[in-house]
Design a protein around this ligand. Structure first.
Ligand SMILES: *[C@@H]1O[C@H](CO)[C@@H](O)[C@H](O)[C@H]1NC(C)=O
Ligand SMILES: *[C@@H]1O[C@H](CO)[C@@H](O)[C@H](O)[C@H]1NC(C)=O
Length: 177
C-alpha cells in the first residue's frame, strides 16, 4: 500500500469541501450537450425618467459624427416575454455598447443576459442596428448555460426616432451542457 490517506486528515476536511467535489469537465460533443432556443424582447430606454441605457463616455468629436462614433453606453435593459414593456420579465441585459463605426451606425455589443434564475449568457458582437437582422456570437454562459456557444439574431421591433428608445426581438440559439 503506497501512501494511504491518514484518516485524521479526512476527518479534518471541511464538510462543505467534501460535499461539493469539483464538477468534472464534460466530454466535448457528448450526449450531455443540449440545444436551447430562447426568444425575448430587449428594451433600450435612453430617454425619460427611468432610462435603462446611459451614455457614460464619448469623444470630443462624437457629437459632430453622424454615426455617433465614440460614444459608450452602459445598459441594464429589461428582457420581456413579449414586446410590451409590462409583459413578463425574463431577465436583464447588462453590459455596454459602443458606437464603433464611422461610416454607418455600428455598435460593439458586450452584454450579459442575466436571467431571473441566475443563469447567464454572454453576447459579444457587431450590431449594425439599421440592418433587418443582426447576428452576434454567444461566447459563453453560466448556470443552465455552462459552456454555451451559439448566436443571437436581433431584429428591431420598434425604434422611436425622437426619443431613441428601442425594442428589439432577440432569438438566441445555444449549445450548452
Ligand atoms: C454632446 O451632446 C450631449 C447631448 O446633447 C451633451 O450632453 C454633451 O455635453 C455634448 N458633448 C460635447 C463634447 O459637446
Ligand atoms: C433559467 O432560465 C432560462 C431562461 O428563461 C432557462 O432557459 C433555463 O432553463 C432556466 N433554468 C436554470 C436551471 O437556470
Amino acid at each position: 500500500m503506497s501512501n494511504p490517506t491518514p484518516l485524521l486528515l479526512l476527518l479534518l476536511l471541511p464538510l462543505s469541501l467534501a460535499a461539493t467535489p469539483p464538477t468534472p469537465f464534460p466530454h466535448p460533443h457528448s450526449r450531455l450537450e443540449k440545444q436551447t432556443h430562447l426568444r425575448f424582447f430587449w428594451h433600450d430606454i435612453v430617454n425619460g425618467r427611468n432610462p435603462t441605457a446611459i451614455r457614460v463616455a464619448a469623444a470630443p468629436s462624437t457629437n459632430a459624427s453622424s454615426t455617433g462614433f465614440g460614444a459608450v453606453v452602459m445598459i441594464d435593459d429589461p428582457l420581456t416575454e413579449s414586446p410590451q414593456m409590462d409583459s413578463k420579465l425574463v431577465g436583464r441585459a447588462q453590459g455596454l455598447y459602443a458606437l464603433s463605426a464611422q461610416e454607418e451606425v455600428g455598435l460593439l455589443m458586450a452584454m450579459n443576459f442575466a436571467f431571473l434564475n441566475g443563469s447567464t449568457l454572454t453576447v459579444m458582437g457587431r450590431n449594425k442596428v439599421f440592418d433587418k437582422v443582426r447576428e452576434m456570437p454567444v461566447i459563453g454562459g453560466s448556470g443552465a448555460f455552462r459552456l454555451a456557444r451559439g448566436y443571437v439574431e436581433a431584429r428591431t421591433h420598434t425604434y422611436d426616432q425622437n426619443t431613441g428608445n428601442a425594442c428589439v426581438e432577440y432569438n438566441v440559439f445555444v449549445l450548452h451542457h
